[in-house]
Design a protein around this ligand. Sequence first.
Ligand code: ADP
Length: 192
Amino acid sequence: MRLILLGAPGSGKGTQASRLKDHLQVPHISTGDLLRAEVAAGSELGIAAKEVMARGELVSDEILLGMLKSRLSRDDCKDGFILDGYPRNVAQANALDALLASIQQPLEAAVQLEVPTELLVERIAGRAKAEGRADDSPESVRTRLKVYNEQTAPVVDFYRNHGNLTVVNGVGELDEVFTRIIEAIDTAASVG
Ligand code: ADP
């Protein structure tokens, strides 16, 4: 299964993606995690990305595409993947389309987790206390939500227009949301 998960910061896509990977037996590829690993390793890429991420802005499309190409070329992606955090703007969506077409691995489903903004803010504030992520400061959170609305929301329309979007209600217990996602994927797969 080749799947992308779309949703605002705090929508729960990371949590759901890591459960989905066990269910679907394909790797969970989080571009945020890949970038945080580069930052932690102090690589050139990580050094370039660090400040941008802390501000809550988008790291360059070029860096992301390079990182993604190399990740998708690994052996464990041969039966599919769950992409979390990519694409985040329409240019990235087009780049992903071209990349997947070139390896004859078209996307099978795009699932958007829908959560009202007030709840997003509440969830991120809770996570900030628990995890202390550098980009969970109030200012960075505001920027990330703004970036989402301005740049990532159009990606949802992109997949709607391509006919493979399913919108899932992201409000509720983790198990409940998980079940909704599985149902959405099963439906998308049977419609194919
Ligand atoms: P969240 O979903 O909470 O925003 P992520 O872990 O997905 O968190 O991303 C954290 C940060 O990593 C983003 O704010 C951005 O700076 C960077 N990032 C992740 N994915 C991308 C991407 N596809 N394009 C550009 N920047 C990205």
